[in-house]
Design a protein around this ligand. Structure first.
Ligand code: SF4
Length: 291
């Protein structure tokens, strides 16, 4: 059972990113109890046992505020046209751990800031967030993979159809909504199942909202220690999907940890096929980046 610990974080650094957001904030919460903690979650490579709830929110927000004040006028890039973007949920799931900290204080900070916007990815539809209207200054990225493998890799998270249906609801409530195709896992019949996923997006998202939506697309990475821990706890079915030594190679992750990813030639082929399918079905969607 993962343990929740309250503390004041001393890791008060804002990291440049350039993918999900321009910057990553210090952790408001570091750790996560979501079902994917026992399959591919990269946070679990460093912190499996605890969920640290960092209580010095005001100190973190002051740091972010001071950081924003050092920035020049935002130049349009793939993270956003107008605002500097800060990922507030890189090491947890904000929607799942909604009750564990004062996220509304964080949301209100960004809502009130004229230069910056918050963003986070989630696998949960939490209707409590709908009581707040962030006036498009909070971007939720609903994470999407085919339901068949979500049931195996992400047990106890919101169903994929619920996440898709939530896109309209959250836009109507005042959130900006993007798609987070992550992790993209290649397995037998993967493209058939992605075709069904894209068709479902086409069907359920309101036509008027489609031009507002963009996506980030991130192929699976994994880690040998994580793989061993998952096997020791008998997670053979999920590991058979994500541990593929014949297709994977070692890499050093962006922040220095060791990981495996699909081998570069293999991945290039996977990306081409996945993007061709994507472009055929959800023509309205802009891919912000894919790797
Ligand atoms: S929801 Fe995100 S942070 Fe939480 S276990 Fe899953 S991948 Fe990790």
């Amino acid at each position: 059972m993962v343990q929740i610990l309250k503390r004041n974080t001393k890791t008060l650094h804002i990291r440049p990113n350039g993918r999900s957001a321009d910057f990553i904030t210090p952790n408001f919460i570091y750790g996560c109890a979501s079902g994917c903690r026992n399959s591919y979650c990269y946070v679990m490579r460093h912190n499996y046992k605890y969920i640290y709830v960092n209580e010095n929110i005001d100190q973190i927000l002051t740091l972010i505020n001071n950081h924003i004040e050092t920035l020049p006028t935002k130049i349009t890039n793939q993270t956003d046209d107008k605002y500097w973007t800060y990922d507030i949920g890189c090491s947890t799931d904000v929607c799942l751990h909604w009750k564990h900290t004062d996220w509304l204080k964080v949301f209100n900070f960004f809502k009130g800031n004229p230069y910056a916007k918050a963003t986070f990815a989630t696998k949960y539809v939490n209707h409590k967030l709908l009581d707040f209207n962030p006036k498009s200054k909070v971007r939720i990225r609903f994470s999407l993979i085919p339901q068949n493998i979500s049931s195996i890799l992400e047990p106890r998270t919101s169903s994929i159809i619920d996440r898709i249906r939530a896109i309209n609801t959250f836009i109507e409530a005042g959130y900006e909504v993007h798609l987070n195709f992550s992790p993209i896992v290649a397995y037998e019949r993967w493209l058939e199942e992605y075709e069904a996923l894209f068709q479902s997006l086409n069907t359920h998202i309101k036509e008027s909202y489609k031009p507002l939506i963009k996506a980030e697309c991130i192929f699976l990475t994994h880690n040998s220690h994580q793989h061993e821990r998952n096997i020791l706890s008998n997670r053979h079915e999920s590991e058979s999907l994500i541990w593929k030594p014949d297709l994977q190679e070692d890499k050093v992750s962006e922040y220095g940890g060791s990981a495996v990813r699909y081998r570069s030639g293999v991945k290039k082929n996977f990306i081409q096929r996945w993007v061709a399918l994507h472009d055929k079905i959800i023509t309205w969607n802009t891919i912000r980046y894919i790797f």
